[in-house]
Design a protein around this ligand. Structure first.
Ligand SMILES: O=P(O)(O)O[C@@H]1C[C@H](O)[C@@H](CO)O1
Ligand SMILES: Nc1nc2[nH]cnc2c(=O)[nH]1
Length: 268
């Protein structure tokens, strides 16, 4: 079925927020798992628990505080999500991306998405930062798309292009800043793939994605970016690499019954 929202649903939430804070954010930041402390850097904060915001979905995952924080960061007015919504929590994709359209109605122009992700690339280690240059939206390819249902022309077109989701200028700027800050060796560009989760990949799934050109895999972000690009937001994304998929230390796939030296039989 289709569990969508009306334009009014987004508008009501946006109007409530605009009535509760004087901040008028230009930038929205979605903090991934364990990255919520980013919001603590905001000055002159106004914070709202998701439970207190009319129409807002609720967080159920550890490491996601469930707060929307408005404030100033380096002279820009920002709104930070401390905790995002994932499909594996049982939310529809419209619900996981609800805040993005609310941000658009608040007047936001730029969306920064962050996430925790597993590395599938030889040169990406735990602790590294991957600037997202493109994504593979596996649920989207299979028909699980937050834009399913009647198109809301006020937000964007029925068939939006996704060929330049991640703003090239912001990607370059981030690379330059990494150099200036002396952390260039920790920062690389790569392709993020979104899967549904909540289980991690099998070895065969991780190998498949690696061969398809995926550098890091996680359980979020792509649906938010699809909705953001649909409504004309400028997007910048980073993955914090938290673990390495072990797919490449495993033995080759095919094992002949003639060579059982790699088998450990439990005995019959
Ligand atoms: O919200 P993000 O994408 O950072 O969360 C990732 C995906 C799962 O929620 C969790 C698994 O480690 O981290
Ligand atoms: N799917 C997936 N999500 C993650 N989030 C953090 N690490 C991983 C991972 O290895 N796989």
């Amino acid at each position: 079925g289709y569990y969508g929202y009306d334009h009014d649903d987004y508008q009501k939430t946006a109007d409530w927020l605009l009535s509760q804070t004087k901040h008028r954010p230009q930038v929205a930041i979605i903090c991934g798992s364990g990255l919520g402390m980013l919001a603590d850097a905001l000055k002159c904060q106004d914070a709202f628990h998701y439970t207190d915001i009319p129409g807002f979905p609720q967080s159920t995952v550890q490491g996601h505080a469930g707060r929307l924080v408005f404030g100033e960061l380096k002279g820009k007015t920002c709104v930070c999500m401390q905790g995002r919504f994932h499909m594996y929590e049982g939310h529809s994709l419209c619900k996981t991306t609800f805040p993005v359209r609310v941000f658009k109605l608040l007047g936001v122009e730029t969306l920064i998405v962050t996430n925790a992700a597993g590395s599938l690339a030889d040169g990406l280690k735990p602790g590294d930062i991957m600037i997202i240059k493109d994504h593979v939206n596996f649920p989207g390819l299979g028909g699980f798309n937050p834009l399913n249902g009647p198109n809301d022309d006020k937000f964007g077109p029925r068939f939006p292009a996704m060929s330049a989701c991640y703003n090239p200028g912001l990607r370059c700027l981030a690379m330059d800043i990494a150099k200036q800050q002396g952390v260039a060796e920790l920062v690389q560009e790569g392709v993020y793939a979104a899967v549904g989760g909540p289980n991690f990949e099998t070895i065969a799934e991780a190998k498949l994605m690696h061969r398809l050109g995926v550098d890091a895999v996680g359980m979020s972000t792509a649906p938010e970016v699809v909705v953001a690009v649909h409504c004309g937001l400028r997007v910048f994304g980073i993955s914090l690499i938290t673990n390495k998929a072990e797919a490449f230390s495993s033995p080759p796939n095919l094992l002949s019954a003639r060579d059982t030296s790699r088998c450990r039989s439990p005995g019959i």
